[in-house]
Design a protein around this ligand. Structure first.
Ligand code: SIN
Ligand code: FE
Length: 306
């Protein structure tokens, strides 16, 4: 049912970046062997692919999503599990409330999955946004910085991470049988090393820092500046985007996957209709904190970055 294929010019290193995990329910059971494989793979910078993990919806919910698409509701719809508010849709109050219920259900499922598979993360885990992504990726036109069809690691300009990890859970709910197609790039250390000279030469994120002055919540650390700089440097580099070794992955409908998107260069190149939950994680909760991008960048830069 699932198709995971290496890109013709993908390197063996990049091609090893997907681990298929046998998880069929958001609430487990999660046998010890599966848990061990999950945390080791995730922290090594692999995508955890769960071909049997479906975000199953009833007919009423499927009609709700189909109706949104028909209304031209193309934007991402996001939900804040902390406040319980949904935004980004032009739908009426009743529809928005029903969507919020669906997104809440996804967020709770995703949290049960993450804390069930990686129990040690529970102590350092915080909810970020939940989103529903109705729009077809392939034909979208966007500025290079916002274009997630270009390989990148995630960094949030308005929410300084202070070294916290970005962990994301995705589910393809496409009703037309269409996969969500990603590319996965090189390991983080190679990726950061490739752009390091450039990031040192111009203070990372300085331009962004100026342009965003006033809207950044909290202090932006040197770590955040490096990560924003890395995000921009890779997306801006057309030769890198053209030539980089990468693995092509098709995530079929009714499957889910999970990945540290601050560590794994990724791009989404086709597909529509997916749910997504973002978490932030204190690296102290990791089994191997030395693998966190903060620690890798500090080693490469030779100085503390917080
Ligand atoms: C991204 O995080 O770059 C986009 C992923 C997706 O929407 O599939
Ligand atoms: Fe991304």
């Amino acid at each position: 049912m699932s198709k995971v294929s290496a890109h013709p010019d993908g390197s063996p290193l990049a091609a090893s970046a997907v681990d298929t995990i046998a998880v069929a329910d958001w609430n487990g059971p999660f046998p010890a062997a599966v848990r061990e494989r999950a945390i080791a793979g995730l922290e090594a910078g692999h995508v955890l692919f769960m071909p049997q993990l479906d975000f199953a919806m009833g007919d009423a919910e499927q009609q709700l999503l189909a109706g949104l698409a028909a209304d031209g509701g193309r934007k991402n719809i996001s939900y804040d599990p902390v406040s319980g508010r949904a935004k980004g849709t032009a739908a009426d109050g009743t529809t928005t409330a029903r969507l919020a219920t669906l997104l809440e259900e996804y967020s709770l499922g995703a949290r049960a999955l993450v804390t069930g598979l990686m129990p040690r993360y529970a102590a350092g885990l915080a909810f970020g946004r939940t989103s529903y992504r109705p729009e077809e990726i392939a034909g979208r036109s966007q500025s290079w910085r916002k274009d997630d069809r270009r390989l990148h690691v995630d960094a949030f300009p308005s929410r300084p991470s202070q070294g916290r990890r970005i962990l994301r859970v995705f589910s393809n709910v496409n009703a037309e049988g269409e996969p969500r197609r990603w590319r996965i790039g090189e390991p983080f250390e190679a990726h950061a090393g490739r752009f390091l000279q450039q990031l040192r030469a111009s203070p990372p994120g300085a331009a962004t820092l100026l342009s965003l002055a006033g809207i950044t919540r909290g202090r932006r650390s040197p770590y955040d500046q490096f990560m924003l700089g890395l995000h921009d440097a890779s997306k801006r580099d057309t030769a890198y985007q053209r030539d980089a070794a990468a693995t092509l992955i098709d995530f079929p409908p009714r499957s889910s996957w999970m990945v540290f998107t601050d560590q794994v260069p990724h791009s989404a190149i086709a597909g529509r209709a997916a749910f997504e939950q973002t978490f932030s994680l204190d690296p102290a909760a990791m089994a191997e904190p030395a693998r966190a991008p903060l620690r890798v960048l500090e080693r490469l830069a030779g100085r503390p970055l917080l």
